[in-house]
Design a protein around this ligand. Structure first.
Ligand code: NAD
Length: 466
């Protein structure tokens, strides 16, 4: 997607009446359009450095390429001048894409940080267990950091990172990208502006979608909570974070229940085999058939490093299905992540929230219902309906925010690149006020996630304190 197309696609249009929101213009009797001046939105307000920021990406996988895509689209703002990536093909492709010189191509993050500082920022897009050490070391060396979520694997490590930002004064932006999507920004603005009176409660749901669940949390990188993070952080720290952000006051306590019910050995159908390619007799009717998902439907194949030549790609995918977890039976993995997870949260000011993470849906896209004393909102990221009890009028907002580059199904509503825009601003100006997801702002939702997991295991209400 071109830069101009990306800019055009990230917008927000509305229908019906608007309740006290600035920036809307009437374009016909019953249609309003919300106009973000996107050229300006992407352009840095000021650039005291007088040059693009320089960045080193540690982890040139899926997320590393999303943020790298921003640098390619806006080279006047940020340039990737170094990479650490152990998979040779990924390293090579990323280096070529960003024209990275050979002395700045590294195998691991340790190699990068063994050199004296040679860029402004480090982008940490490695697996969850490789966030803490590089982040701490990078800050000590004077780098500002873009840090993928979940920040780290333990609550103590989150607190350590917070302490290190205070000690060093470095900027760390946590990739809570939903905070940067026009849809959620508008929802928060409406709550803050009093459009639904006093906020009373929120009901929020993350429908993971059953194939997505099987791909990422049964077969994929996050199937083992001990090696990565519990799913409430790996998948849903975004949701706890959005709830905390919407509510705008501290969490007091949280309780969670949930379990892994379906993707277990005892549910393996008769005739199924350890791999879908090994003569499974129910393959043709199994919703989770790897052959169906990755070859027939060609979904989720971005995790494979496929050859450029189309003619060779089918064979390459089949080889992945023969040799990696992506070809294994979903009922015979070593997975332990719950496939349904329910939490109840008490915030200050007696505001409550109920959150459900659900694997077994035919659809994705977060659903949110916000209840206020003078109105309510119902949204699914496709549209947001606001009803004002005082006038009985319902307003429909339709965000048109398409995800960018090679990660169109991220479901982040355009937030990936808006985060990058704000990160560039914050670092260029050495001022974290440009960000809404600094460590200070993001740590509480991580602490909520760790507390939820403790509660799920103990069956007790957990108090949350910073
Ligand atoms: N913000 C979001 O919405 C979002 C979405 C998906 C994933 N994530 C998080 O982003 C991170 C990366 O996820 P991903 O989907 O891009 O994974 P990925 O597997 O596609 O990419 C990670 C890359 O890190 C590389 N790597 C491994 N060890 C390394 C080392 N020692 N040094 C340098 N590179 C190394 C891997 O080879 C891989 O290419 C994870 O923490 C994940 O939880 C965040």
């Amino acid at each position: 997607m071109s830069r101009r197309q990306a800019i055009k696609n990230i917008g927000l249009t509305l229908g019906a009446t608007i309740i006290g929101i600035k920036g809307f213009s009437l374009i016909s009797d019953n249609l309003y359009e919300y106009e973000l001046n996107l050229e300006d939105v992407y352009k840095p307000v000021s650039n005291p450095l007088g040059r693009p920021l320089t960045a080193i990406t540690c982890g040139a996988g899926s997320r590393g390429n999303v943020y790298g895509g921003y640098a390619s689209a806006f080279p006047e703002q940020i340039r990737i001048i170094g990479v650490a990536e152990p998979i040779p093909l990924r390293n090579e492709r990323y280096s070529v894409k960003h024209n990275i010189s050979s002395e700045n191509r590294f195998k691991t993050w340790e190699d990068v940080l063994a050199r004296p500082r040679f860029a402004d920022v480090i982008i940490i897009t490695m697996p969850d267990n490789l966030h803490y050490k590089p982040c701490m070391k990078a800050m000590e060396m004077g780098y500002d950091v873009l840090l993928e979520k979940p920040m780290t694997q333990t609550e103590q490590e989150c607190r350590d990172i917070l302490a290190m930002t205070r000690k060093t004064g470095r900027i760390v932006a946590v990739c809570h990208v939903l905070r940067y999507s026009p849809y959620f920004i508008k929802m928060k603005e409406l709550i803050r502006s009093g459009a639904i009176g006093d906020l009373i409660s929120i009901q929020h749901m993350e429908p993971i979608q059953h194939i997505h669940m099987s791909h990422s949390y049964v077969r994929g990188n996050w199937h083992d909570s001990k090696k990565t993070t519990p799913i409430i952080l790996a998948k849903s720290c975004h949701d706890l974070d959005i709830l905390r952000w919407m509510v705008g006051c501290n969490c007091k306590s949280i309780i969670a229940i949930g379990d892994l019910k379906w993707f277990r050995k005892e549910n393996a159908p008769e005739g199924s085999t350890d791999r879908c390619l090994n003569g499974c007799s129910v393959e043709s009717t199994c919703p989770y058939s790897a052959i169906k998902i990755y070859t027939r439907n060609r979904n989720w194949t971005y995790v494979f490093d496929l050859p450029d030549e189309m003619a060779k790609q089918d064979d390459a995918i089949l080889e992945y299905l023969r040799t990696t977890n992506y070809g294994r039976c979903v009922y015979r993995m070593e997975n332990d992540q719950p496939d349904h997870y329910v939490t109840s949260i008490m915030f200050d000011k007696n505001i409550t929230a109920a959150f459900s993470m659900e694997a077994f849906t035919s659809y994705g896209g977060r659903r949110t219902r916000v209840m206020g004393s003078m109105g309510d909102m119902v949204g699914d990221m496709e549209e947001l309906n606001i009803t004002d009890f005082r006038t009985d009028k319902t307003t429909k907002l339709v965000p048109k925010a398409e995800d960018v580059e090679n990660y169109k199904n991220s479901g982040h509503g355009g937030g990936d690149w808006f985060l990058m825009r704000d990160f560039v601003q914050a670092v260029s100006n050495q001022d974290s006020k440009y960000l809404t997801s600094t460590i200070e702002q993001s740590i509480e939702s991580h602490i909520m996630g760790f507390a939820a997991e403790r509660s799920r295991k103990s069956g007790k209400i957990e108090n949350v304190s910073l």
